[in-house]
Every structure is written in C-alpha cells, then in structure tokens.
Ligand binder design. Structure first.
Ligand code: PXP
Length: 423
C-alpha cells in the first residue's frame, strides 16, 4: 500500500481517516509516483510539540512536519530507524518551479518517500480560523508535506516559495478534479423486465441482451440481471450472451443455491449480488439476513473471491447486517431502498432516507463499497444520488417502464410508415 497511515493522537472519525488515506494514495498517483511509499502520521498537539522541539528546536506545536527519506541527489535510502531522514527544508535536486510530473524521471518507482506528520489539533484550529472544513485543511497540509518530500521548499527563497504555492494550487485542483470524476454516481440498469416481457409471449423478443447494449451506449456503467431459480425472466442463454457482449460491468443477482452458485462460478460475471429469493414473490422483498446466514454466506463469498468475483450483499439499512457483511468479507453492500421508495408519507420517507444515509456512512467506515437499489424512480433517485457515499444505483423497473412511454409514439409512427408504404 503506497500510504501507511498511523493515527497516534487527536480525534478523527473513521470515515475521515479512510478519506485521508485515499487522498494520499491519489496524490501519489497524480504526482506520478503511484508505487512510492509514504508514511502519514496523525498526532495531537502535545506529540507535535515534542517532535517540533526535538527536530527543529521549536518548543511549540506546528501543523505539519515532513521528513524526507529520499534525496534526489543520491540513491534512495531506506532506514529502519525513526525519522533518520531530512526534515522540512532539506535540499534536493529539483530546481525552481519544478513541474509535478517532471520529477517522475528521477524518483524510482518504489522509493520510500518519507514521513508526513500532521497535528489534528492544529489542523482543526486552522480550519476554524480559515472557515474551511477540517477535511479541507487536512488535505492542504497533506499536499504541503508531500511537496516538501518531493523537494519543494518555500523557506529557501521567494521564488521557491512561489513555486511551491503554485504546485500546491495545481495539486489541489487535480485532486478535486480526480475526486469529482470518481465520485460521480454510476447507474447500473437491471434488464430483467425486458426478459419478463419476452417470456410473456414465449418468443425471442424483446431481447434483454440487445437492451443491455442500448443501455451501455446510453451511458450505463453496468448491467444487472437476476437469474432466478424458476427462470421466470432471465434465461441461461441471456447470461452466456451478456458475458460476451457487456463491455461495462455484468452484475449477476442471485440467491445462494448450489445450482446458481455453480453457474456463477462458471460464468464469471464481474460481480455478484447475493439476494434472498422466494418463489412466490413478485420481486425481491427484503434484504438478506446476513447475521442469520453468516456461515453460509461467508463460504459463498470465499468461493466467489477465490474465483476473482467480488461479492455484494443486498441488505436493509441495518447496523448489525452491515457490520456482519464487512466481517465476512463482502466487498460491497447494496442498500435496499425499497422502504424509502415505498414510504406512504413524507415523515416516513424522511425517516427511511436518514436510515439509508446513516447505513451508507457506516458501511464506508467499515471498509465496504456501497451501492443501492430497489424501487428507485425519476422522482426519488436524485436525493439518494446526492448523498455522495453511494457508488452506484441499480435501477430496473422505472427505466424499462419509462422506455415504453417515451418510445411508444415513435414505435406507432414507424408502424404507420410500414403499413402505408407503397411497395
Ligand atoms: N436491486 C435488487 C437487489 C433487486 O432485486 C432489484 C429488482 O430486481 C433492483 C435492485 C432493481 O429494482 P427496480 O426494478 O425496482 O429498479
């Protein structure tokens, strides 16, 4: 892992800690050093004062210290000792105004860059003073420390200060752009309903495989299908073809029954979503009882992971289910949005919305990736999408039914053209 993060003092929520680690990894990538190793230590003011006093002779806390272990003038050094490297201000080879990416050529891919130490207490005070969030301040301090490790030093001369300020600005901009791109919510389209329509006549149309391609061309980031034990809509043939044609991501929804597990292991979809399945239900009715089926689910997850297939568990927004999902090795959860979508009044919808918002936060903090779905439509989806904690929405019924409504006029006109054509 490029960033080794240690939290020794000062308070910080698990989600903010995870975000800082992701930011540090992302910054290393942006700087062109994805394989370099960075140690990031978070402390309180008391510890920071000790360090500042010991290494810089200043008996007061500071916001950030950087200890470079790598010197561009020499070969990279590794040391088992504690901060034997250079503290802030160390001279390196990079010239004035060096461009971020220009350094790539001189830094070996797996170099140990050094340590950045940040005081959470000082970061909080500075955030309050500057009217920014602590996360924003932490991000700036991280960038500042990292640039020191990369050879920038604002204390050397006014022109170096200007170069460092510009590099900070550039890095922050790139970080924001990168995060915005990655956090843009994705849409996975469930095409089961196309197959339902086909099965109603027992013929070959409409074909969910063709529908999946159209969804992808329109921008869907994934295709979802549920292979039910009773094969009421999606057929084995659909999945075999989808495996060949889907270019984005094929997500197979399935119950944990041996026949379907074998099918999935053979097919190797890009991921599977495990759902409870009842024969009589019209659609999936509730989330999995992860706690109740912990052992069985853990076995299936292990099997899928061994085959390189990440697993998502479809769960209600419930703390115990989420904790258990993380404990048994799930990669994702898909939060069941049905109760929020089916709420009978505003108060109920508000309550359900806050439950799923809290569940998404909790899952992220537990290290899970978070999707959501069921019952989402053109009126209730934007609020869920705006949460910022959910990676992907899985939507089927609303999109397929709307496709009929927005496409019907065109379909009728096309038929009129056909029957009135003078051959
Ligand atoms: N997620 C899961 C786990 C589902 O079972 C379904 C329904 O097949 C969906 C999402 C999509 O729900 P809807 O068709 O209501 O959009």
């Amino acid at each position: 892992m490029p960033t080794r993060l240690n939290h020794e003092g000062g308070s910080i929520a698990p989600a903010a800690l995870a975000q800082l680690q992701r930011r540090a990894d992302r910054l290393l990538r942006i700087c062109g050093h994805p394989g370099a190793e960075l140690s990031l230590l978070l402390v309180d003011d008391r510890r920071m004062e000790e360090l500042n006093s010991h290494y810089r002779g200043k008996r007061q806390p500071t916001n950030v210290l950087a200890f470079a272990l790598w010197d561009a003038a020499e070969t990279p050094r590794r040391s088992g000792g504690r901060w034997p490297g250079n503290k802030i201000g160390t001279k390196t080879n990079w010239g004035h105004g060096a461009k971020l990416n220009a350094q790539r050529h001189s830094l070996p891919g797996d170099a140990l860059l050094g340590d950045v130490v940040i005081s959470l207490d000082t970061a909080q005070r500075e955030a309050d003073l500057g009217g920014v969030s602590r996360e924003q301040r932490l991000s700036w301090l991280l960038i500042h420390g990292l640039l020191h490790l990369l050879g920038f030093d604002h204390e050397r001369s006014p022109s170096e200060e200007a170069a460092m300020v510009e590099a900070e600005r550039q890095l922050q901009l790139r970080l924001n752009q990168d995060e915005r791109r990655d956090t843009m919510i994705k849409l996975a389209v469930n095409v089961d309903h196309v197959a339902t329509l086909r099965q109603a006549r027992g013929g070959s149309e409409p074909d969910p495989v063709l529908a999946a391609s159209i969804c992808e061309l329109a921008g869907a980031a994934g295709i979802v299908v549920h292979l039910r034990e009773d094969r009421r809509h999606i057929q084995d043939r659909d999945l075999r073809l989808l495996r060949q044609t889907v270019k984005s991501k094929l997500n197979l929804e399935m119950a944990i029954v041996p026949e379907i597990i074998d099918f999935a292991l053979d097919l190797k979809p890009d991921m599977v979503t495990l759902v409870p399945e009842k024969r009589q239900e019209l659609t999936t009715e509730g989330g999995l009882d992860v706690q109740g089926h912990k052992k069985k689910l853990a076995k299936v997850i292990a099997k899928m992971n061994q085959a390189g297939i990440p697993v998502s568990l479809f769960v209600d927004p419930d703390t115990n289910q989420i904790k258990t999902a993380a404990a048994i090795g799930a990669t994702f959860i898909e939060i069941h949005t049905g109760p929020y979508c089916d709420a009978n009044n505003e108060a109920e919808q508000y309550r359900e919305f806050h439950l799923l918002a809290a569940a998404a936060e909790e899952a992220l903090a537990a290290g899970l990736r978070v999707n959501a779905g069921h019952g989402l439509n053109y009126l209730n989806s934007s609020r869920v999408a705006a949460l910022g904690t959910i990676e992907e929405l899985s939507i089927g019924h609303a999109i397929i039914t709307r496709a009929i409504m927005v496409g019907l006029k065109k379909a009728v006109r096309e038929m009129l053209t056909v029957i009135r054509r003078n051959e």
